[in-house]
Design a protein around this ligand. Structure first.
Ligand code: ZN
Length: 136
């Protein structure tokens, strides 16, 4: 775990919040896509050394809709770029870290992702993000 790939930020609307990131902060939009496995639309923004991942809920269900309902918009997770995500997950489990799923899930940009339970990580939701299958 040597590098932060992106910071995930929950927003009610990508269309509304993008104006702030692009026009006010002067950052660059990289891509927008839907991630069915998490019931969200995501926008990746280039912030130099890392990316920002805006997460907009699709519908009332799903983790991002629930997050916004409980806590409002804001920082949702921090994602570490990893390779060989299954081995990383197994290592963390051996060290007593609780993961939110048994198997990696398909994430944005063709990545495989898995989340560490905030209870194991002092209140922070961390994501493992493996894009090694994508040559990125
Ligand atoms: Zn993410």
């Amino acid at each position: 775990m040597r590098k932060v790939d992106h910071v995930g930020i929950a927003v009610k609307s990508i269309d509304v919040s993008l104006d702030y990131y692009i026009h006010t902060l002067g950052l660059t939009l990289l891509a927008v896509e839907e991630v069915a496995s998490q019931n969200v639309r995501v926008a990746f923004i280039d912030a130099g050394n890392i990316k920002l991942e805006l997460l907009e809920p699709l519908g009332e269900d799903g983790p991002i809709a629930k997050f916004i309902e409980k806590r409002g918009e804001g920082v949702h997770h921090i994602a570490f770029g990893v390779t060989d995500i299954r081995s990383r997950m197994a290592e963390l489990r051996e060290k007593g870290v609780q993961l939110l799923q048994e198997e990696p899930k398909p994430g944005a940009g063709g990545a495989e992702v898995a989340f560490l339970h905030p209870k194991s990580s002092f209140g922070v939701l961390y994501e493992l993000c493996d894009k090694s299958g994508k040559g990125d």
